[in-house]
Design a protein around this ligand. Structure first.
Ligand code: UDP
Length: 340
C-alpha cells in the first residue's frame, strides 16, 4: 500500500488547497468525518444538512474555521450555492433501519429527488460527484462475499425497500448523468461502518450493544445471532472514499472491511470489551434481515491501492471510549426497533 504521508500526500494537498467541496449530510456520522478529512486536506468545505438525523454537535468544532460554511437545507429541494464548487459528496440520507422505518418517504426522496438535485447542481458547476451507495443494494445476498458485479436480492416492498431501492435508483441516475451528460461521477458502496459520532440510539447493532452494556441491560441479539456482518472503522472508510473521489473510476466500488463476524460473536466481544456482567438475549429477527454480508474488496485494492488498516479490537476501543464520554441523558435516549 502506498504511504499516505510524505511528499506524495503533501503534493496532493497543495493541489487541493482552496478547492471547494460540497458535502451533503455533513452533520451525520460519515458526513462529519468527511468534513474533518477534507478540511485537513486543504479544501474549503460547504456543509449541508437538514438535521433530521444529523446533529450539529458533530461539526460544531469546524464552525470557527474560515474555510468552513454550513447550510441548513434539505437536498430533496432545489439546491443552490454561489461560487465555484469542484467536488460534491452526496451523503445525505437516513442510514439505520430504525430511521428509515420511521421516515420512509424522506428516505426515498433524499436518494432519488435529492440525488437528482445534486447531479443537476454538479452539471451547472462542472463538479465531480461521489454518491454514497450501500451494501444494501445487494439485499439479502445469494453471492458471498459480495462483488460489485452481483446485482443483488432486494425486496422492494419489504421494510428495507425504501432505503435499498432509493440507493439503487441513486446508482442508476448517477450512471445516466455520467453517460448522458459526461458528468464525472463516482459511486461508493459502503458496508457496515462504525466509530465515534455514531448515534447511540440509532438502533444499529454496535451502538445498541454498547449502550446496553453501559446501561447495565442485557444485549438484544436478533434471531440466533448466526447472521454475519463485517465492520469497518470510519477512518479506513474515509480514506477509501477519498481515494475513490480522486481516481478516474466511475463504476461502483465496495469499501468495507472483509473481517466477517457473527452477531453472536460480536455481542460476546462487546461484553468482554466493556467488562459488563450481562448476557445476550435473543429477540425475533427483523424481516428481510440479511443473513450474511462481507465485501469483496479486490477491486478497491487494485484500482485504489486501498485496504483497511484498523482492526476491530483497535477500532472498538476508540469507539467505546467515545460512547463512555457521553452524558447520562444521551445514554438513556433509547429507541426500540420493530420487527416487521
Ligand atoms: N442486531 C441485533 N441487535 C440489535 C440491533 C441489530 O442483533 O440490537 C442485528 C441485526 O438484526 C442485523 C445486525 O445486527 O443482523 C446488523 O444490524 P444493523 O441494524 O446494525 O445494520 P444492518 O447491517 O442490518 O443494516
Amino acid at each position: 500500500m502506498k504511504p499516505q504521508v510524505g511528499v506524495e500526500a503533501q503534493q496532493k494537498r497543495n493541489n487541493m488547497k482552496g478547492k471547494r467541496v460540497l458535502i451533503t449530510g455533513a452533520a451525520g456520522f460519515l458526513g462529519s468525518h468527511l468534513c474533518d478529512r477534507f478540511i485537513r486536506e486543504g479544501f474549503r468545505v460547504v456543509a449541508m444538512d437538514n438535521l433530521i438525523t444529523g446533529d450539529l454537535k458533530n461539526i460544531e468544532h469546524l464552525f470557527k474555521l474560515e474555510q468552513f460554511e454550513f447550510y441548513h437545507h434539505d437536498v430533496s429541494k432545489f439546491i443552490y450555492v454561489s461560487g465555484d464548487i469542484d467536488y460534491i459528496l452526496h451523503f445525505a440520507s437516513p442510514a439505520s433501519p430504525i430511521d428509515y422505518l420511521k421516515i420512509p418517504i424522506q428516505t426515498l426522496k433524499v436518494s432519488s429527488l435529492g440525488t437528482h438535485n445534486v447531479l443537476g447542481f454538479a452539471k451547472v458547476k462542472k463538479a465531480r460527484v461521489l454518491v454514497a451507495s450501500t451494501s444494501e443494494v445487494y439485499g439479502d445476498p445469494h453471492v458471498h462475499p459480495q462483488t460489485e458485479d452481483y446485482w443483488g436480492n432486494v425486496n422492494p416492498v419489504g421494510p428495507r425497500g425504501c432505503y435499498d431501492e432509493a440507493k439503487r435508483f441513486m446508482e442508476a441516475i448517477t450512471m445516466a448523468y455520467n453517460s448522458a451528460h459526461g458528468l464525472e461521477t463516482r459511486i461508493v458502496r459502503i458496508f457496515n461502518t462504525y466509530g465515534p459520532r455514531m448515534r447511540l440510539n440509532d438502533g444499529r447493532v454496535l451502538p445498541a450493544f454498547i449502550g446496553q452494556a453501559l446501561r447495565g441491560e442485557d444485549l438484544t441479539m436478533f434471531g440466533d445471532g448466526s447472521q454475519t456482518r463485517s465492520f469497518c472503522y470510519v477512518d479506513d472508510l474515509v480514506e477509501g472514499i477519498y481515494r475513490l473521489l480522486m481516481s478516474d473510476y466511475h463504476l461502483p466500488v465496495n469499501i468495507g472491511n472483509p473481517d466477517e463476524i457473527t452477531i453472536k460473536e460480536f455481542g460476546e466481544e462487546i461484553l468482554k470489551l466493556t467488562g459488563a456482567n450481562q448476557k445476550l438475549i435473543s429477540l425475533p429477527l427483523p424481516k428481510d434481515d440479511p443473513k450474511q454480508r462481507r465485501p469483496d474488496i479486490t477491486l478497491a485494492k487494485k484500482i485504489l491501492n486501498w485496504e483497511p488498516k484498523v482492526n476491530r479490537a483497535e477500532g472498538l476501543k476508540i469507539t467505546y471510549a467515545y460512547f463512555k464520554s457521553l452524558n447520562k441523558e444521551e445514554l438513556n435516549k433509547v429507541e426500540h426497533r420493530s420487527f416487521n
